[in-house]
Design a protein around this ligand. Structure first.
Ligand code: SF4
Ligand code: SF4
Length: 136
């Protein structure tokens, strides 16, 4: 019954914090800066000054001492309710959805991924997750 596969079947974050070190950059999309600034009750300009840096690939969250500036003790996210799409999208990244080898590689890096999850089940769970996002 693959159509009933839930995200939790293939992925449950263990809050190890490893993906919050910001490898490759924690990029932000339009609107996300405003949402995070509102959550922290900061003016957008102040938020940008303190937490956003520019790069050739776009705007991204600042990394301080080797981790995202919003990673808190206990590996909790300070902006969790409105964290950037790139953080909310994991583990359903395009590379993992199209390439079974990429999924296997990711299993070795992220302890939240079910090591026994087949690629087709992973894709089905991603589709169901996307459908839920679209109706909510
Ligand atoms: S690496 Fe995986 S288990 Fe660890 S915090 Fe990131 S998503 Fe969660
Ligand atoms: S915004 Fe939150 S989830 Fe995203 S990298 Fe920073 S601490 Fe991790």
């Amino acid at each position: 019954m693959a159509e009933k596969l839930e995200k939790s079947t293939v992925f449950q974050c263990q809050q190890c914090g490893d993906c919050c070190v910001g490898r490759g950059g924690i990029f932000v999309k339009p609107g996300e800066v405003e949402a995070m600034a509102a959550l922290l009750e900061l003016h957008v300009a102040e938020f940008r000054r303190r937490f956003i840096e520019d790069s050739a690939l776009g705007h991204r969250l600042t990394v301080a001492d080797g981790v995202c500036v919003f990673l808190m003790p206990g590996n909790l996210c300070r902006v969790h309710p409105v964290k950037p799409f790139i953080c909310r999208q994991w583990p359903f990244f395009p590379a993992l959805l199209v390439d079974p080898d990429e999924l296997e590689h990711a299993k070795g890096a992220c302890p939240g991924l079910n090591p026994d999850c087949a690629h087709e089940d992973f894709v089905e769970a991603a589709l169901n997750h996307a459908r839920k996002q679209n109706v909510s």
